[in-house]
Write a protein that binds this ligand. Structure first.
Ligand code: 4AD
Ligand code: MG
Length: 484
């Protein structure tokens, strides 16, 4: 039998049953003859109070107990006279499993800054904040699978290592088994025509690196998105999704970018952009309802300590319709706001520019006061695979923007017309031969299809109110940061 979790014990009847609870000490308080030890095992936000009678207990052991120690407490489960808890343990026996010396244990009772906790990311799950984030993250991951499983989607595992750049943004991490130091010393690994020796860095025959000799026989990278491969399955299984890690070598040191993040990408066949928007909205609302139902204590903590009003916001969003507007409409609103003097942007908006985060903030917080789906962006600022509109200038893109964070979802209807897709790729200087498998989807049984990518960490930020994306993933990877 597994040790019962505090979460299970807290909902058991207070019938004086004998039990053992195991966890880590949160606090120890003394009052006259009583000693109260609150222990927590991370299964639920609150801990359980264990009350010792100083006269009856092993005083020496009680004195040695400090915050952070792991303990086993045996006793009986009784009704609690204290407010805020139905049951407590009338404790009889205490065993210290692992001490946490007060002079060196970094997590004493006082509140620590999130910056400090980032430096001890291996211990931060023991704090209220990070255990709550971990439980919410878990709930969201499960809710995502549940939503798709209940709606006929097949979970597809798309590759992590790939030779194609799905977004054409060029922010990829290279994967290689070539010995870079040796290559640098020997001036590459490409044979020269004469077969003669090469001086370092010198090679008249062209590029120094022959990727044909690399592990995969070609230049490979970590994926930035599973979309292209998901499309191959959607055009066979109709409704699919991937949910896995993705990697971007964006050197943007912001509170909403990671180099390694998780993305959820559904892809549906026989569907157009309107269906995609409806799916994204329904999916997000389901997730909000699920977390509101299942993780109330965690959300109460975020409400009290991280972002006031967050619960009401989530409840409101779960029950309201997302506003939809085209990029052109959004731009008109932004320009009007500038002209009227209502706002002064650092980056002046104009038709054709990418939406900056200050623009996204204005659209969601001032214009819509909630989530907004912006559609039909100029083709120049979007990826090659998006379906061209009849105007020849805009594509069937959709981004879901939310207050505080801006973009949490990016998606589109895909270009299913072979000639249009090929000509767009050529326009962008892409080699169509490299994507012949992708183009086959348009050659054989092509269908309108559409999908989106939700940044999982941005979703967690949105729901918890956590300001920095590095605090919603256990071990953040960002430029210059790969600790643990
Ligand atoms: O808008 P993006 O780049 O879209 C795609 O990758 C498409 N292939 C998705 C699709 O249509 N299947 O990324 C999707 C989402 C963004 O909206 C954002 O929430 C998140 O991924 N994202 C990041 N999250 C954290 N750190 C980063 N560096 C991110 N880049 C994108
Ligand atoms: Mg995007």
């Amino acid at each position: 039998m597994l040790t019962p979790l505090i979460k299970e014990i807290l909902v058991s009847p207070a019938d004086s049953r004998e039990l053992a609870v195991r966890g880590w000490v949160k606090t120890k308080r003394e009052l006259k003859n009583l000693v109260f030890i609150e222990i927590n095992d991370g299964s639920v936000f609150s801990g359980i109070q264990c009350t010792f009678d100083r006269g009856a207990a092993d005083v020496e052991t009680l004195n040695r107990v400090s915050t952070g120690a792991s303990v086993e407490i045996r006793g009986r489960l009784v009704p609690s006279p204290a407010s805020g808890q139905a049951v407590e343990v009338a404790a009889e026996n205490l065993r210290i499993i692992g001490e946490a010396p007060a002079e060196s244990y970094p997590l004493q009772k006082k509140r620590h800054s999130l910056e400090f906790l980032r430096e001890i990311a291996h211990l931060r799950p023991r704090t209220n904040t990070f255990s709550a984030v971990a439980r919410v993250r878990n709930c969201l991951a499960f809710a995502i699978h549940r939503y798709f499983q209940e709606h006929g989607f097949v979970y597809v595992h798309t590759p992590i290592i790939t030779a194609s750049d799905a977004e054409g943004a060029g922010a990829m991490f290279q994967v290689t088994t070539l010995d870079l130091e040796a290559l640098a010393k020997n001036g590459g690994n490409r044979e020269t025509a004469s077969g003669g020796s090469k001086a370092p860095g010198q090679n008249a025959a062209g590029p120094l690196i022959d990727y044909g000799k690399d592990f995969f026989g070609k230049r490979c990278c970590l994926t930035v998105s599973g979309q292209l491969e998901a499309e191959t399955y959607a055009t066979a299984l109709s409704r699919v999704y991937t949910f896995g890690p993705t990697f971007r070598a964006e050197n943007s040191n912001t509170a909403r970018h990671l180099a390694e993040f998780w993305m959820v990408e559904p892809e549906i066949a026989f569907a157009e952009l309107e269906d995609n928007m409806t799916l994204a909205e329904d999916f997000l609302k389901f997730i909000l309802r699920t977390v509101l139902e299942n993780n109330r204590a965690d959300l109460d903590f975020f409400e009290a300590h991280i972002e006031r009003g967050i619960i009401q916001t989530l409840e409101k969003v779960a029950g309201s319709r997302f506003i939809r507007m085209s990029y052109t409409e959004a731009m008109t609103e932004l320009e009007r706001a500038v002209t009227s003097g209502a706002v002064d942007f650092e980056f002046k908006p104009y038709w054709g520019c990418d939406l900056q985060s200050e623009h996204e903030k204005f659209i969601t917080e001032k214009i819509a006061e909630g989530p907004v789906i912006v559609t039909d962006y100029p083709k120049e600022i979007k990826a090659f695979y998006m379906k061209m509109n009849d105007d020849g200038k805009t594509v069937r893109a959709m981004d879901v923007l939310v207050p505080r964070l801006g973009e949490i979802i990016g998606g589109s209807q895909r270009e299913e017309r072979l000639d249009k897709l090929e000509s767009r790729m050529r326009e962008l200087g892409m080699k169509t031969e490299d994507y012949s498998w992708y183009l086959d989807l348009r050659r054989y049984g092509s269908v309108p299809h559409t999908g989106f990518g939700l940044g999982f960490e941005r979703l967690i930020q949105y729901i918890t109110g956590m300001a920095n994306i590095r605090d919603v993933i256990p071990y953040p990877r960002a430029a210059g940061q790969a600790e643990f």
